[in-house]
Design a protein around this ligand. Structure first.
Ligand code: KIV
Ligand code: NA
Length: 265
């Protein structure tokens, strides 16, 4: 198989071919998604929410991210695997950021890291890129800053914040980011930023004019049913399907239907 690289994504943008990205946190799902042909797998710090059950992404640790990334990598042949640097593992200074990124690359075999923020972390991005590690940026509704924002509402609706986002996108592209996630911002702003960057943008709640799209696997598969923002398209209702499968199993056990003689030794 021809592996997806950061260069592949660059070529896809140039050719106008949209990039598909999905989160994954474990071996089994990563293998299914890779076989299905998704271009980029993100080991997101959304693992803090969907795997560990925390309310925010803040509590997940670098060690926990590494465990998820190691599991994902074992299931992947073709996809580009990007791993989130978790809250607290990069913001303090560029050398701490680099040390965290190096741990991810060395201990997991992943292909790139992702960091949230613009000008505040541009030196961290430069330091990681200088070491030869590809960096994906992330602007807009950056969930590690949820206590600064106070809500999960759309970001950059006001002129000042929109202008900062435009400047941040240029800055982190110049710092060497190979792609930038744009989360929950107006579609018109995302379109403009996508056109003005030479690297691809990957949108989530950022309209149809980004160079690619990303969703959290639990949301798009309908495992999570409480989380229903407007931007989410739910492709399955796995919660319903799993519930009825499990209820059938319980019924079969209680009724002494399972296991039958053919299922016994
Ligand atoms: O952690 C995550 O799932 C993400 C995506 C939503 C972009 O950062
Ligand atoms: Na994330």
């Amino acid at each position: 198989v021809k592996k997806i690289t950061t260069n592949t994504l660059q070529k896809m943008k140039a050719a106008g071919e949209k990039i598909s990205m999905l989160t994954a946190y474990d071996f089994s799902f990563a293998k299914i998604f890779d076989d299905a042909g998704v271009d980029v797998l993100l080991v997101g710090d959304s693992a803090s929410n969907v795997m560990a059950g925390h309310e925010t992404t803040l509590p997940i640790t670098l060690d926990q991210m590494i465990y998820h990334a190691q599991s994902v990598i074992r299931g992947v042949n073709r996809s580009l695997v990007v791993v989130d640097l978790p809250f607290g593992s990069y913001q303090s200074n560029p050398s701490i950021a680099l040390a965290s990124a190096i741990r991810i690359m060395k201990e997991t075999g992943a292909h790139a890291v992702k960091l949230e923020g613009g000008i505040e972390i541009v030196d961290c991005i430069k330091s990681i890129v200088s070491a030869g590690i590809p960096v994906m940026g992330h602007l807009g509704l950056t969930p590690q800053s949820i206590y600064k924002f106070g809500t999960y509402n759309v970001r950059a609706k006001e002129a000042a914040e929109a202008q900062k986002l435009r400047t941040d996108a240029q800055l982190i592209e110049q710092a060497g980011c190979f792609a930038i996630v744009l989360e929950k911002i107006p579609a018109t702003l995302a379109k403009e930023v996508s056109e003005n960057l030479s690297v691809p943008t990957i949108g989530i709640g950022a309209g149809g004019d980004c160079d690619g799209q990303v969703l959290v696997m639990h949301d798009m598969l309908g495992i999570n049913t409480e989380f229903k923002p407007r931007f989410l398209r739910q492709y399955l209702n796995l919660n319903e399907q799993i519930t009825s499968a499990v209820q059938q199993y319980i019924t079969d056990v209680k009724a002494r239907d399972f296991p039958n003689s053919e299922e016994s030794y």
